[in-house]
Design a protein around this ligand. Structure first.
Ligand code: DC
Length: 225
């Protein structure tokens, strides 16, 4: 079967990464978590004490380091140079500042270039905010996942609990709303659904049901039905 490109976009905690990973594994495709790249740069900025408002300084920082992924049987690891930052980029300090870093046009230009390089061969499932609109505008399959804020906060709450982190539900909800607001209103590549994307509201759906819904879209697009 022809190796295609699958773009999965949507707001924070809409389940993109979880279903993208499962799909990539099922199809034996590459999985690219573009949010992890913005997070890795944010981590670098925090560590190096670089001002998050300074787009040029962030770009300089990016040019001095490498952000790479390593596929392991237990999941995908994220590296900044030789340092495994997989866990570090999911911590609160990164989560709460990454939207500011991702709003800089010059930063996006550099990371989009890198993402297009990773996706150029096809056979890829890429998730983010602007994949269907900007990074892979020619992707054969584009999915836009949404879910209610309550459900997304609930998912994050449970995910944190499973990692032994106890968080306040209301705070989580507010953080998600704040990130949605910044990601959707920024000037460069804001979070919007591509015209040709299929929108799936995952509120109340299981992960398996979402994966199946996307598989149905893939079959339909490829004319396999
Ligand atoms: O999906 P995530 O929560 O890991 O994304 C982290 C941040 O990066 C989020 O605030 C939006 C931003 N992002 C983006 O602007 N464009 C992408 N393609 C992916 C993520």
């Amino acid at each position: 079967m022809k190796k295609i490109s699958i773009a999965i976009d949507g707001p924070a905690s809409s389940g993109k990464s979880t279903v993208a990973k499962i799909l990539a594994e099922k199809l034996s495709y590459i999985y690219c978590d573009t949010g992890a790249m913005y997070r890795a740069l944010t981590y670098l900025a925090i560590t190096a004490g670089v001002d998050m408002e300074d787009g040029s300084a962030l770009c300089r920082l990016l040019s001095q380091h490498s952000i790479t992924f390593k596929q392991q049987s237990e999941g995908q690891l994220v590296f900044v140079d030789k340092e495994d930052v997989t866990e570090a980029i999911r911590q609160g300090d990164v989560t709460n500042t990454v939207s500011v870093v991702a709003a800089h046009g010059e930063v996006r230009e550099k990371l989009v270039e890198l993402q297009q390089q990773i996706g150029k061969q096809g056979g890829i499932v890429m998730d983010g905010r602007d994949i269907g609109t900007t990074v892979l505008p020619d992707a054969e399959v584009k999915i836009f996942l949404v879910a209610s804020v309550e459900e997304r906060a609930e998912r994050r709450y449970k995910e944190n609990l499973s990692k032994g982190i106890n968080t306040d539900f209301e705070t989580l909800k507010q953080e998600i709303e704040r990130r949605d607001r910044i990601d959707s209103t920024r000037e460069v590549s804001p979070l919007v659904q591509a015209e040709d994307a299929v929108r799936i509201d995952t509120t109340g759906m299981t992960i398996l049901a979402v994966v199946e819904a996307i598989e149905a879209v893939i079959s339909e697009k490829l004319g396999l039905d």
